[in-house]
Design a protein around this ligand. Structure first.
Ligand code: ZN
Length: 499
């Protein structure tokens, strides 16, 4: 190994100690720190994250990366380190161009904007948030001008969350979905909807936790490399492939929420647990592409978890853990978990109408960054699009434009990832059927392990070393297309709703 590479590894190892502590502090603050202990944790987190940030932006690191990127040195690296050096140098050079004062002002503005959003959402009053949103838009524009000079802003933003993806591709995919799904959802809604009174009762939260353990275990989540916590909003957090944590929230009157969050976060976690361990603690580890990551959580949640065959081997176990399910037939359960309805809140939407929630946000973001729509006009635009795609109008901005936190911290360009994930899933399912045979049969036989193994080998193992478009072309042998997802919806829901 070259002396320079050894030096870089040593340097990163030291920085990773700070990041490890930051991750641990964050986990503890979310899952266990008492109210009065929070301030102490914030102080420690600020200290360790400043140290880590200083090491990530130091002259020393810049020099090491510059030298390792020189042809003579670079050629000596193996493929993993070629990826790491190239990727780190790109990030380093981009971040180096942001003036320090601007970055500090942005972090400050983010915090203020987050607070204003919470207040505005609580009061359902967009005007409280509007000036902060304007500031987030302006600063995002300014920062992107430094990080991606000469690049169209919205495309640069999309690229930050799903590298290699651009609005021309997304336009094509989303237009195809719109064309096919708007009339299809209307046809579904004209049909009889399921009765769901059996779900309106008390479901013991402790028993819901046991259901979560059972589901995670069944999917292939490795307990020796993971653990579970409880938070208001479910999420997944990774230290490395050897320590991946998921959280959940248990509602007494809504067992389906924790069941499907468990499967969703479990999908994220199985991805992270199965990345090549050689990539641990580097930019090659975990997966930095939000759409690709989301494709795995949504594959488990929707493609597998909302398939009746997934439940056949374990439905009795569900009834043993939550006896109310003994009174609900598998058929009724299946109807309920695939109940298509037009609703206001994205995170509660079924898998079909979910597409419209994302397309709406994508079009809003384009209106903001391309058409320079003034922020005051955004709530009306939101409502107009809700009417166009879902034929409903929010009673207030709390259940409309203020429902998601993403824009409050400047995460513009993030939303499309969710739907890209589902689009990839349609493609993965097609390829999986070609290679593994009847996926329904595998599920019915309780052989979900074979499905997980396929995903591990084809996708998870590579972590971040292959960009999303590359994953699609390598795994599926074709260009990204919404056609398989549309076909999946049509075949599945035509049967459920008798269309
Ligand atoms: Zn997710």
């Amino acid at each position: 190994m070259s002396k320079l590479l050894e030096e870089l590894k040593e340097y990163l190892n030291k920085r990773n100690q700070y990041e490890h502590v930051c991750t641990l502090l964050y986990w503890d603050m979310k899952t266990g720190t008492p109210k009065l202990g929070q301030a102490g944790h914030v102080e420690a987190l600020t200290h360790f994250s400043s140290e880590s940030f200083a090491m990530s932006t130091s002259e020393k690191l810049g020099e090491l990366l510059d030298k390792l990127a020189e042809p003579g040195e670079f050629e000596e690296l193996d493929d993993t380190w070629k990826f790491i050096v190239k990727h780190m140098k790109k990030d380093f050079d981009r971040n180096r161009r942001i003036p320090a004062e601007l970055y500090t002002a942005f972090v400050q503005a983010q915090a203020e904007s987050g607070n204003a959003w919470e207040e505005a959402k609580e009061a359902s009053d967009f005007s409280l948030f509007a000036p902060h949103l304007q500031k987030m838009i302006d600063m995002t524009r300014e920062i992107t001008g430094y990080t991606d000079p000469g690049k169209e802003i919205y495309d640069a933003l999309l690229d930050q969350y799903e590298e290699g993806m651009d609005s021309a591709t997304i336009d094509r995919l989303f237009e195809d979905l719109k064309k096919e799904l708007i009339p299809f959802v209307k046809a579904i809604l004209a049909k009889q909807q399921p009765e769901n009174k059996a779900f309106l009762q008390y479901f013991d939260p402790d028993a819901q936790k046991k259901v979560q353990d059972m589901l995670l275990d069944y999917m292939g989540f490795r307990q020796e490399a993971g653990s579970v916590g409880e938070t208001e909003h479910p999420f997944t957090l990774s230290f490395s492939s050897k320590d991946v944590r998921v959280t959940n929230h248990y509602y007494e009157n809504d067992p389906l929420s924790s069941i499907f969050s468990a499967i969703h976060e479990g999908g994220h976690a199985i991805f992270d647990q199965n990345v090549n361990p050689e990539y641990d603690n580097t930019v090659a580890g975990s997966c930095n592409y939000m759409g690709l990551h989301e494709s795995q959580s949504r594959f488990y949640e929707n493609i597998l978890g909302r398939n009746k065959n997934f439940w056949i081997p374990i439905y009795d176990r569900l009834g043993e853990l939550l006896p109310a399910f003994k009174e609900i037939s598998l058929e009724d359960f299946y109807r309920e978990i695939n109940h298509v309805k037009n609703s206001f809140i994205r995170v509660n939407a079924d898998e079909v109408t979910y597409c419209f929630h994302i397309i709406l946000r994508y079009e809003m973001e384009k209106a903001i960054f391309r058409d320079q729509i003034p922020v005051e006009e955004l709530p009306a635009l939101w409502n107009q699009k809700m009417q166009e795609y879902l034929q409903i109008t929010p009673a207030n901005d709390g259940e409309g434009i203020l429902q998601d936190m993403h824009w409050s911290d400047g995460s513009f360009g993030y939303f499309p990832s969710y739907l890209l994930g589902s689009i990839y899933d349609g493609m993965f399912l097609d390829t999986m059927r070609e290679e593994l045979g009847d996926v329904d049969q595998l599920l019915r036989d309780g052989k979900i392990g074979e499905i997980t193994k396929w995903l591990n080998e084809k996708i998870h193992w590579y972590g971040s070393t292959r960009k999303p478009k590359e994953v699609i072309s390598t795994v599926c042998g074709r260009e990204v297309s919404a056609e398989p997802l549309i076909r999946y919806f049509k075949e599945k829901y035509a049967v459920i709703y008798g269309i």
